[in-house]
Design a binder for this molecule. Structure first.
Ligand SMILES: *Cc1c(COP(=O)(O)O)cnc(C)c1O
Length: 452
């Protein structure tokens, strides 16, 4: 069996898969933040272009990928699916471990899969400037990369702790012509209000979203782009799962366990959605494992409730697993997993018992990352390493139970900009952080009383 399964350019998916077509019940609608009534297309049109609003609520199963988008995708797609044979050998497991390598994009993660179509649909809808937030910097890089192809201006509000910790992500954004502000910033009214309360505020994704949305609402030629959570974002990411499916088919393999890390849920959703109701899962026997940090345990500790996507309560209310819109997670190194909420579509599957959530502390995650780097050679992003931790644990279980299973994980990004975190781990200076239960309860008391 070949260890790297490549597809040819001809095999680039022609359509995205929309899982909303196959759900038994519709996902609960987004609600207007002021009235608590279902949000209308007009509510969204202040911040998103029409084609993306249509995709957000569409129940059409397949949506064509525009030629212009495929053309840019083909710079790095299809991405390889790689058998981690050296890791298997090291673990002495009968399981087969595969990883889908999304780190090969220019921005180093899966995020350009949605940044490119979002920039494209904005361009054809007359948008001149895009605003967004970024946590660890990956999304900001992806949107800067995509905006640059279409001649759109791009403004990024970067969570302050990452702005300081990850200067090179900032450099990438500058190279691709974006403007970058540490958030909370003085650019916006909500940023200034936050700084007044706490001049040393480390920032959070919720705060940065408020700033980016404020800018988009205030300017007619400016729209906002979100890198995760929303239905259309997860749909764009299904290119990952669709390719994986073809690649496994090409070697006659069926996945038994599929694993991804979850921040807002986009790489995990895009990876598993084509399989959830797919023919290879007729018996509903594929296990889907979603991994998150103990420092931001949205799926493992949060309730399924309506909540705001941001701190300033400007976004629509969405029904999701949440730790509360005022939740500020500790400054762990997996910056991309520090979001308080979870994609409504991933939340829906979790509520139906279709996925298994799991949380890990930083040290066990970095231990897995080093095992991977020292066997397979690749250096994973700290976010991705949460998925690797679970894959290693499952492979060890296969060894103990003498079971040959196919474990497939989504390698969401590389860790080349996270080397300072690796240094800290190697020096024994990483803290494990379990978010205290009473602090979670405190944050949850501020959830809005709407919906059911
Ligand atoms: C952003 C990011 C994540 C988390 O975001 P999701 O929307 O949950 O996928 C995970 N891994 C990497 C490498 C990222 O850049």
């Amino acid at each position: 069996m070949e260890d790297s399964i490549f597809l040819s350019k001809r095999d680039l998916p022609a359509r995205w898969y929309n899982i909303q077509a196959d759900l038994a019940k519709p996902v609960p609608p987004a609600l207007h933040p002021g009235t608590g009534k279902p949000a209308t297309a007009e509510d969204f049109s202040l911040i998103f272009p029409d084609p993306l609003i249509e995709q957000e609520v569409s129940t059409q199963r397949w949506i064509d990928i525009p030629e212009e988008v495929k053309n840019i995708y083909s710079l790095w797609r299809p991405t390889p699916l790689i058998r981690a044979r050296k890791l298997e050998k090291f673990l002495n497991t009968p399981a087969r471990i595969f990883y889908k390598d999304e780190s090969v994009s220019a921005a180093g993660s899966h995020k350009p899969n949605t940044a490119v179509p979002q920039a494209y649909y904005n361009k054809i809808s007359g948008t001149r400037r895009l605003t967004t937030e970024t946590g660890a910097g990956q999304w900001g890089c992806a949107l800067a990369f995509a905006s640059n192809f279409f001649g759109l201006e791009c403004e990024v509000y970067m969570v302050r702790v990452s702005y300081d910790q990850k200067p090179y992500r900032r450099s990438l954004m500058h190279i691709w012509n974006a403007k970058v502000f540490p958030s909370p910033s003085k650019q916006t009214a909500c940023g200034r209000a936050l700084l007044e309360k706490d001049p040393d505020c480390p920032g959070s994704l919720g705060m940065a979203i408020s700033e980016a949305v404020e800018e988009a609402v205030a300017n007619a030629d400016t729209k906002y782009a979100l890198g995760s959570v929303l239905n259309h974002v997860l749909m764009h990411q299904t290119v990952v799962g669709l390719e994986t499916r073809r690649q496994l088919e090409s070697i006659g393999a069926k996945p038994d366990i599929m694993i991804g890390c979850v921040g807002g849920g986009s790489n995990f959703g895009g990876f598993i959605f084509p399989f959830v109701f797919g023919p290879e899962n007729e018996k509903r026997d594929i296990r889907f494992i979603a991994t998150e940090p103990t420092a931001c345990p949205t799926l493992t500790k949060g309730p399924y409730r309506y909540d705001f996507g941001d701190t300033a309560k400007m976004t629509p209310l969405i029904k999701m697993f949440t730790l509360g819109h005022n939740f500020v997670p500790p400054c762990i190194h997996a910056g991309g997993l520090r979001y308080h909420g979870m994609a409504p579509l991933v939340s829906y599957l979790q509520n139906e018992g279709i996925i298994e959530p799991r949380s890990y502390g930083q040290n066990s995650v970095f231990e897995a990352a080093l095992t991977f780097a020292r066997t397979e050679g690749r250096i994973p992003a700290p976010e991705t390493s949460h998925a690797i931790r679970a894959a290693i644990d499952e492979a060890i279980r296969c060894r103990e139970e003498k079971q040959e299973k196919n474990i497939v994980l989504n390698f969401s990004g590389h860790g080349f900009f996270d080397l300072a975190s690796y240094d800290k781990y190697l020096a024994g200076q990483l803290d494990d952080y379990e978010y205290p239960e009473d602090r979670i309860q405190e944050s949850l008391r501020e959830l809005p009383e709407v919906g059911e």
